[in-house]
Design a protein around this ligand. Structure first.
Ligand code: ATP
Ligand code: MG
Length: 656
């Protein structure tokens, strides 16, 4: 392709399928028409002060803000002058009305036990935990690391930190000691909150053991607060004298320091969250108080069209940003009933998710493409065994969703009745940036749709000028939004160079995208993964979606391999559905299929069948490592965020 912009990306797949919001849904929706969405979107840009004041009026403000935004690229200050405490919006505010005795968290353990915390009970626990943390010396501005599984107490601990004005850093419970240690050291946490162990796929994950190893190498840690979740008989733990404190004992005897929430400034640091590292060294993304809360609150309400009677289930682990914004802060600040599940989606079998939906009457399900692809691979008979008629809305986040997977989700899980919202956002953005509001906008499978309120995305050349319709380019956000990251913890220079220098005047997302003639956005993959195939720069998502649209393919990853002749050869890694054989006939069929879907030039140079693809611990395909495998190199860079190292070893062993 002749172009003056050597970062231009070709775009070849054209999707024309459209799904309008079902009438029954639109009639009751908070935003019930395209016109209503357009009007609100326009207001959010043209009159941001009026818009955000109205939309955040349900939240608890100790003092209102005096200035909506101060913006000096790349530093934003939102809602200056306001003082507040996030825990009051998530708990205290629900105590005076009907929400008081409503379920806030319905927790299901991997072995099937259920615990429910009402808003009044959640509030009580948060107050007690904040008191206990204060007794351990935690005060405003301190950092607290949280290394736990999916138990209600993880939400309690987060809100308790917020209540004291302490900054939490939740580290996913699947990380090893070194990864935990690095994150504790980087944040300078003073207290670590952990639990004895948690259940995952029928096995115990010994969190306290790992926490001990990390804490031993983390001089800033003064105290470790330990929840006994599975108990001493199943997971015997040692307590370090003078350092370790028992959760139940500490909460029982807590001072009343947690009773009154500490009012903090709008820009007070709420949490640090290290990104999952699909692409390299983890960064401590810093989110602050008012802007983050407003972003999480308003987006949860509109994107999930929340109603008082909903039972909302976000399957993300609280160790990821989705777990922060859409399991804790967004839904709780809206007074929603949230399901929280401790274990694996396939324990004891692939019917588990569907039984949870039936058992608790889940109405909104928010999950990830990796889970959806895994369910597809197991066959339609699993969801068919449960009654899923309570569902009214489905959501997806984390990776581009292949259109075939979207359609399966809509048809098999949603019974053709539920809108599907594909939500594009990042740890850095704090809340959902793009989607199609479920009662207002048509959805197109594979597209993340239109900007959320206050968000100005664009697809640009490297010089910042917009590319034309259906031309792919760099996905940027052109104006500040309330829940944007404020910096990289301890490394403002990295914040600047990583996000604000690639494209002048805009926030660079690291993703490539195109915008179609209707203004819908299609993420074509990460810019670093863009392939150069016979002179065409092409996103990974298009080739992968073409492969996944073949009936034999469950999952696919496309990467480039250095090639003397072509510059780059196209290598695809494919996992097949169980009924298909990894043989030459399948290989030939897939080559023909890609040629037909995209064009001859995109014909892969090599197809490698694999039992599984390397993924991050949040379930995203790690193309960075596959590139090394394809090139026959040892994996470079950080593999600590890899879910299962054996997958990589197996791929290497399979090399011809
Ligand atoms: P790291 O930044 O450390 O490499 P990560 O980018 O995987 O990790 P997240 O912030 O969880 O960490 O993920 C955000 C990224 O996930 C986006 O930049 C995009 O590449 C991808 N993504 C998330 N949601 C969607 C979506 N709905 N459609 C397409 N891509 C998505
Ligand atoms: Mg990222």
């Amino acid at each position: 392709m002749a172009t003056t912009d050597d970062r231009a990306i070709s775009s070849h797949l054209k999707e024309s399928r459209r799904f309008a919001p079902p009438d029954a849904f639109a009639q009751r929706a908070l935003v019930g028409s395209r016109e209503a969405y357009d009007a609100l979107y326009r207001e959010s840009l043209e009159q941001p002060d009026a818009f955000w004041r109205r939309e955040s009026s349900a939240l608890v403000w100790r003092t209102p803000w005096t200035r909506t935004l101060s913006w000096e690229l790349p530093h934003a200050r939102w809602f200056e002058g306001a003082t507040l405490n996030v825990s009051e919006s998530c708990t205290d505010r629900h105590l005076s009305g009907a929400t008081r005795n409503k379920a806030a968290i319905i927790w299901e353990g991997e072995h099937g036990e259920v615990r429910t915390l009402t808003y009044a009970q959640l509030h009580r626990e948060v107050v007690r935990c904040a008191g206990a943390l204060a007794d351990l010396g935690v005060t405003k501005g301190d950092r607290v690391a949280i290394y736990m599984g999916m138990v209600p107490e993880v939400a309690v601990a987060m809100l308790a930190c917020a209540r004291l004005g302490a900054t939490h850093s939740v580290v996913f419970g699947g990380f090893a000691a070194e990864a935990l240690r690095d994150r504790i050291q980087d944040s300078g946490a003073k207290v670590l909150v952990t639990q004895d162990a948690g259940w995952r796929r029928g096995h115990l994950v010994h969190l306290k053991e790992t926490a001990d190893r990390a804490a031993a190498q983390s001089p800033t840690i003064e105290k470790v607060l330990v929840l006994r979740h599975v108990g001493q008989d199943k997971a015997p733990i040692g307590m370090v004298e003078g350092r370790d404190v028992d959760w139940h004992h500490a909460l029982e005897h807590a001072s009343d320091a947690g009773k009154h929430a500490v009012a903090v400034d709008a820009e007070h640091p709420l949490f640090i969250l290290y990104t999952s590292g699909s692409t390299g060294k983890p960064k401590g993304v810093l989110h602050t108080t008012a802007g983050y809360l407003v972003g999480a609150h308003v987006s949860t309400k509109y994107v999930f069209d929340l109603r008082a009677e909903d039972v909302y289930w976000c399957t993300a682990d609280v160790g990821w940003v989705t777990g922060h914004s859409y399991l804790v802060y967004g839904p709780l600040s809206n007074g929603a009933t949230c399901v929280m599940y401790e274990g694996a989606p396939n324990f004891p079998d692939w019917g588990r998710f569907w039984r949870i939906i039936e058992r608790h009457g889940v109405t909104i399900l928010y999950t990830a493409p990796t889970a959806i692809r895994a369910f597809i691979r197991q066959g339609d008979e699993w969801p068919a065994k449960s009654d899923l008629s309570s569902l009214r809305l489905l959501g997806t986040v984390g990776e581009p969703i292949n259109p075939e997977a979207w359609i399966w989700y809509q048809r098999v899980v949603g019974g053709g009745r539920c809108p599907v919202v594909d939500t594009w956002w990042q740890t850095e953005t704090g809340s959902i940036m793009m989607t199609t509001l479920p009662g207002a906008c048509d959805a197109k499978p594979g597209s993340t749709g239109l900007p959320f309120f206050g968000v100005v995305p664009d697809v640009v050349h490297q010089d910042g000028t917009s590319v034309g319709p259906n031309q792919a380019g760099l996905l940027v956000l052109k104006s500040p939004w309330p829940s944007m990251l404020r910096t990289v913890w301890g490394d403002d220079e990295r914040f600047r160079t990583q996000y604000w220098t690639e494209v002048p005047g805009a926030y660079f997302t690291g993703d490539g995208a195109r915008r179609d003639e209707d203004g819908y956005h299609w993420v074509v993959g990460r810019i670093d993964d863009v392939l150069n195939v016979a002179g065409h720069r092409i996103g990974t998502a298009e080739i992968e979606s073409a492969l996944v649209s073949h009936p034999s393919v469950a999952e696919a990853a496309a990467v480039g391999r250095p090639d003397d002749l072509k510059g780059q050869a196209l290598v695809v890694f494919v996992t097949l559905k169980p009924a298909f054989a990894p043989d030459d006939a399948t290989r030939a069929a897939l080559l023909r299929h890609v040629e037909g879907e995209i064009g001859k030039f995109a014909r892969p140079d090599a197809i490698r069948f694999a039992d599984a693809l390397p993924k991050t611990r949040s379930g995203k395909i790690m193309r960075r490592l596959l590139k090394d495998v394809a090139a026959g190199r040892d994996a470079k860079g950080d593999t600590s965020t890899l879910e299962d190292l054996s997958v990589l070893a197996k791929l290497r062993a399979d090399e011809e």
